[in-house]
Design a protein around this ligand. Structure first.
Ligand code: MG
Length: 286
């Protein structure tokens, strides 16, 4: 009996990775950054791509709806632009000072000895700035961002003049009564959430097993794609749970109340580690 107790393998924690979206997930939508970001995207479309201002709100909505991000949609319908230029225009002048250090979240994250990774559609400069403003820059093992999924060598960032001759008029297309019937929209060369392919690719790059990972995101579409690829899902920013979300949190600060098992598992792992009987799993660097 004593022998069995000594050598009985400790129960493996259910989860070994936490995957976090960044914007409107690690900080609240009420910070105002998202609104400014939308405004900058609109300005970019008008100023840099020469899109008529009156078309802008509808076009933005359609592209976001069908392609995941406005940027991915703009590329799909035929606009060519430099990705770095786009990101620096859209994110470069965001009011980052609205973001303040979040010691509560920092403590919560650091109290969990589980691998933590950021997964954002934004570029790496933006991700680094946000994490630094929130005082969380050392809380994550890795960041999966725009550049991770769209490396320059993979599909070169198109430079030069915006294409205006053969742009697919998606507004006109959806204005037709039979829109969508038997027609496939042009594809985007940009990989981003909520595309299933892009998300599976991201998990592969970061060596993440979806069955053992909890995914936090404010976007319902991203959560639903996450569920489809086998992630355990937590929608952040609302306590209203919808199909596809295993949990819903008003704020990321509620993580401990919603998922107490994470801390319970962590304590068990600590016990095992200190008793020295069973080696705990080591982290894999993304
Ligand atoms: Mg988000």
């Amino acid at each position: 009996m004593e022998f069995e107790d000594r050598y009985r393998p400790a129960q493996r924690p259910k989860y070994d990775c936490l995957l976090f979206d960044l914007d409107d997930t690690l900080y609240p939508y009420s910070s105002g950054l998202a609104t400014e970001c939308c405004k900058n995207i609109g300005d970019y479309m008008v100023e840099k791509l020469g899109i008529e201002e009156s078309k802008m709100p509808d076009l933005c909505n359609l592209l976001y709806k069908y392609y995941g991000t406005t940027m991915a949609g703009l590329r799909a319908i035929g606009y060519n632009f430099d990705y770095e230029d786009y990101h620096s225009f859209v994110h470069g002048r965001l009011p980052y000072d609205k973001l303040k250090p979040d010691p509560v979240l920092r403590h919560l994250l650091l109290s969990l000895p589980i691998r933590k990774v950021i997964f954002t559609n934004a570029d790496k400069v933006h991700a680094a700035k946000v994490l630094s403003k929130l005082g969380l820059e050392d809380c994550f093992e890795g960041i999966i961002c725009f550049e991770t999924l769209n490396p320059p060598g993979d599909s070169p960032s198109p430079c030069g003049l915006p294409a205006t001759a053969d742009v697919f008029d998606i507004l006109e297309y959806f204005a037709q009564p039979d829109a969508g019937a038997g027609f496939e929209l042009p594809k985007t060369p940009i990989r981003c959430k909520p595309s299933i392919d892009a998300m599976e690719h991201a998990l592969k790059i970061a060596n993440i097993n979806p069955q053992r990972t909890i995914f936090f995101d404010d976007s319902l579409r991203n959560i639903q794609s996450g569920k489809r690829i086998g992630l355990h899902t937590v929608r952040v920013g609302t306590s209203h749970r919808v199909k596809g979300a295993d949990h819903a949190l008003e704020s990321i600060h509620n993580i401990r109340e919603a998922l107490p098992e994470l801390w319970e598992d962590a304590e068990k792992s600590e016990d095992v580690r200190y008793k020295g009987k069973v080696a705990i799993e080591t982290y894999v660097t993304a």
